[in-house]
Design a protein around this ligand. Structure first.
Ligand code: KIV
Length: 263
């Protein structure tokens, strides 16, 4: 079994090894992921792939705490990140109160918040009060309604400059690592080189310090849509449907249960 990572070993990984982050929302999958993931993210993406909603915005703190507890049970030997849901870190006091709840009610190792320069004062307040913070810059799923869609960032020089400022501000505020989502690969590379903390990409090309994917996307279980940056490592939906169809067929034909499944 690999040694559980810490914020120190995650920071030391920069320039040494590419970090593997995968999302999980329950103990069952967390246990399966534990063998491959350095870091498990209990992402608010669970509101879409687990709860069936069209975006992440209605995820609640209670939901995140519930799922983080399940993941911590399943993956006791893996560094766990709990995503702070939309609306729970608007002011620094609210952010601290809600992050303290996460730390007191779960075994999460850190929290993650979306935002750049505008959220740096919140990151600093959390870090100053003992909360380990993973930043999240670039395309921010919690801003989808505010921005009228999911928009890839870093296409213009102004956007590149602003992303660089965001990354610097989050690092200076004390975040120990950050996720960078949905940005052009050239600027993601520049950002990874310009900060000293690990930059973990999703839809940000290969020249960063690690990658994160949503487990239900990479296992081909989520069918609603597939973003360009997702690679499906298996066709989970087809495999599950085929297994369920076999079961239904055998039940219908009274071929299941057989002798060996009977008391
Ligand atoms: O909620 C989530 O799964 C995330 C990833 C997309 C990084 O924030």
């Amino acid at each position: 079994m690999n040694k559980k990572m810490t914020i120190t070993s995650i920071q030391k990984a920069k320039n040494n090894t590419s970090l593997v982050m995968i999302t999980a929302y329950d103990a069952l999958f967390a246990k399966l992921l534990e063998e491959s993931a350095d870091i498990i993210l209990v992402g608010d993406s669970l509101n879409m792939s687990f709860a069936g909603k069209t975006d992440t915005l209605s995820a609640s703190l209670e939901q995140m705490i519930y799922h983080t507890n399940a993941v911590c049970e399943g993956a006791k030997n893996t560094f766990i990140v709990c995503d702070m849901p939309f609306g729970t870190y608007i002011t620094k006091d609210e952010a601290l109160k809600n992050s303290i709840r996460v730390f007191q009610e779960t075994k999460a190792d850190c929290i993650k918040i979306e935002g750049g320069e505008d959220k740096a004062h919140i990151v600093k307040h959390l870090v100053d009060n003992g909360i380990a913070v993973c930043g999240h810059i670039g395309l921010l799923p919690q801003s989808v309604r505010g921005e009228g869609g999911y928009k890839v960032k870093g296409k213009t020089q102004a956007e590149k400059d602003s992303l660089l400022c965001d990354a610097k501000a989050i690092e200076d505020a004390g975040a120990f690592c950050m996720v960078i989502e949905g940005v052009k690969a050239d600027i993601a590379k520049e950002i990874a080189h310009s900060v000293s903390i690990p930059v973990i990409g999703i839809g940000a090309g290969k020249d960063v310090d690690g990658q994160v994917l949503v487990f239900s996307d990479m296992l081909g279980l989520f069918e609603a849509f597939t973003p360009k940056f997702v690679k499906k490592y298996m066709d989970g939906a087809s495999l599950v449907k085929a297994a369920l169809a076999s079961y239904a067929d055998e039940v219908t034909k009274k071929e299941f249960p057989k002798e060996e499944h009977t008391y």
